[in-house]
Ligand binder design. Structure first.
Ligand SMILES: [Zn+2]
Length: 237
């Protein structure tokens, strides 16, 4: 076993020497401790700046129907192609390390927020079981776990369940997305005590129109949650 591991390490070192891993967004060689994306790129990603106009835009777009009580996000999805690359890696290349990083960024941003960081539990937007099996993981759940670890808040990955497989939201306009996602989630009876009277922070990887996360929030409220907050790695505003 030791010998085999040693051999793999040598083989890996050789491959890394001949083909050094490069940053997926700027193609510079990665250094030790970096994976997929270099530190410089992470630090340079376009952020959701806490200016009055941006906060107002976000509140008008995502909080209007009062399903979600407060929302925050770290990176701008549309404005920065590097952010889209990171999200793509997270979804399709099994880059769980990206999820961890996103979780750390979200945790750092919300740690002092009197609502988002004062929730009773963290939950994530669920994937349908078939989709999760196909991908091997739910990227939003991985981000939720990372935030939970950072902030020491309980993570409840199963309080929301996706009961209906839906078509991908990108096929629809805002109205169509709302219809497509309606009735897609529920709370299992045995998880009701975790929802009733609680304040829950819901996590998604990317929030675009907000139709999905708003529907999740509505279902939590219908099942007795007192407040529902939302946070994501990236957002379209
Ligand atoms: Zn880079």
């Amino acid at each position: 076993m030791r010998i085999a591991e040693g051999f793999i390490n040598i083989a890996e070192a050789f491959v890394n020497f001949v083909y050094p891993p490069v940053c997926s967004t700027c193609t510079r060689n990665l250094i030790r401790g970096e994976a997929y994306i270099c530190a410089k790129c992470w630090n340079g990603f376009e952020r959701v700046a806490p200016t009055e106009t941006i906060i107002q835009t976000i509140e008008e777009k995502f909080l209007a129907d009062e399903a979600i009580d407060k929302i925050d996000s770290v990176f701008l999805f549309e404005q920065d192609p590097r952010v889209r690359t990171a999200v793509h890696l997270l979804k399709y290349n099994g880059a769980e390390v990206i999820a961890e990083k996103f979780g750390i960024y979200i945790a750092r941003k919300i740690v002092d927020d009197e609502k988002l960081s004062m929730c009773n539990a963290i939950a994530s937007v669920p994937l349908h079981d078939a989709r999760k099996r196909e991908r091997g993981y739910n990227q939003s759940e991985l981000i939720g776990r990372s935030i939970s670890k950072e902030l020491q808040i309980k993570f409840e990955p199963n309080i929301l369940r996706r009961v209906r497989q839906t078509q991908t939201q990108t096929l629809f306009d805002a109205e169509g997305r709302k219809r497509n996602i309606s009735g897609a989630f529920d709370v299992e009876e045995r998880f009701l005590p975790e929802v009733r009277g609680r304040k829950i922070l819901l996590i998604d990887d990317v929030i675009t129109t907000g139709a999905t996360i708003r529907e999740c929030a509505r279902v939590l409220k219908d099942n007795g949650a007192v407040e529902v907050y939302a946070a994501s790695a990236a957002i379209t505003i």
